[in-house]
Design a protein around this ligand. Structure first.
Ligand SMILES: [Fe+2]
Ligand SMILES: [Fe+2]
Length: 217
């Protein structure tokens, strides 16, 4: 029987072909993900989250007619900095001290440093994936890696926003996620939370449910 990991890896390989990610980029992405693969309290938990977020971000890009390749890569690579977080802290559930939170928050800049030079556009996008939440971070962003046009700058922020939606949607499906402890949320409860957490994007969240990118079952 095919495992969830194999299923998601196959889905990623298909998605990479469909959106035109070159073979050498696929290999580079896999080497960047490798340290995260077996990290965490539950094997593959962060790795599978990364693959799912990439696939969901790509689907959002498809539905909203935006760059699916950019969203797929940024999604898959958004949390690679978590490989630097000690397992003891990654495994905690809703009991992070301030010191733990500071260590976890470093995953954004750690991931950015791993990506820049190889995946510059993904690096620019992933910087934003925790900036839209309450107490978003990092507070200060590094200077852009290239001289971008106004429209490219706006695109980076928008893709960061879409990536954040895919990230929170996936995180809400995890039992004992950072928002809730105890029993997993139902699909309808997750939908309610997606609307409550993203008041600036209610029509988009509703459209993503209507088109099947997000599901309540
Ligand atoms: Fe993250
Ligand atoms: Fe994430």
């Amino acid at each position: 029987m095919i495992t969830e990991t194999e299923q998601l890896e196959q889905a990623l390989a298909t998605a990479c072909t469909e959106v035109g990610v070159a073979e050498h980029e696929v290999r580079a992405a896999h080497s960047l993900l490798a340290p995260l693969r077996d990290k965490g309290p539950i094997p593959h938990i962060h790795y599978l989250h990364s693959l799912r977020v990439g696939l969901t971000a790509r689907a959002i890009g498809h539905t909203t007619h935006q760059d699916e390749r950019a969203l797929l890569l940024a999604g898959v690579l958004h949390d690679i900095g978590k490989a630097q977080v000690p397992v003891a802290i990654l495994g905690k559930v809703n009991e992070w001290s301030r010191a733990d939170q500071r260590i976890i928050q470093r995953h954004v800049m750690d991931g950015y440093r791993l990506l820049r030079g190889r995946f510059d556009f993904s690096a620019e996008i992933m910087l934003w994936h925790h900036r839209f939440q309450a107490n978003g971070y990092p507070k200060v962003l590094p200077a852009p890696l290239h001289k971008y046009s106004h429209s490219t700058k706006a695109q980076i922020v928008e893709y960061g926003r879409l990536l954040a939606l895919a990230d929170v949607y996936d995180a809400l499906h995890r039992p004992n996620n950072k928002f809730e402890t105890g029993a997993p949320l139902t699909g309808l409860e997750i939908r309610e939370k997606m609307l409550a957490f993203n008041p600036d994007r209610i029509p988009l969240v509703e459209m993503l449910y209507d088109t099947g990118v997000f599901a309540t079952n």
